[in-house]
Write a protein that binds this ligand. Structure first.
Ligand SMILES: [Zn+2]
Length: 145
């Protein structure tokens, strides 16, 4: 048996409120998580845009690198190495270019997720794409050696 904290009448333990005085025992309901202000969507959008741009640049250069790599193997069979140098230079260029876009893209994505800003789906996509970008960039830096 418990007693009403407000009026002191005996109550059933599971009663959500006092039938005598109406005093409520239910835990105060937590306010619903406020919807993310639309102004904070920009971070997820920026993250996704940057990482997609980086991915497009990296993918388009990956094709060139593949061709250049095959040609330079052929060239080295004949004792030349100017294509190999060209390959290393353009691989380094695109790796740096990709990194400039992919890095802020990934960072914005992570911050956006960590701060529970709007556009969670976009932020997750940005982080996933950034991880792919990073692998491509590492591959390019490998070619640049
Ligand atoms: Zn009461």
């Amino acid at each position: 048996m418990m007693y009403c904290r407000s009026c002191g009448k005996p109550l059933h333990e599971s009663a959500p409120f006092c039938p005598q005085c109406g005093y409520s025992f239910a835990a105060p309901t937590l306010p619903a998580t406020p919807a993310a202000p639309s102004g904070s969507l920009w971070m997820a959008i920026t993250a996704l845009t940057l990482s997609i741009l980086a991915l497009l640049i990296l993918l388009s250069t990956a094709g060139d690198m593949d061709t250049l790599s095959k040609l330079s193997e052929l060239e080295s069979a004949f004792g030349g190495h100017s294509l190999k140098r060209k390959l290393a230079e353009s691989a380094a260029d695109s790796a740096v270019g990709g990194l400039v876009l992919a890095l802020p893209g990934g960072i914005f994505g992570v911050i956006s997720l960590a701060q529970k800003r709007g556009g969670r789906g976009m932020a997750i996509a940005a982080v996933v794409i950034s991880a792919i970008n990073l692998l491509l960039i590492l591959g390019l830096f490998g070619l640049a050696q």
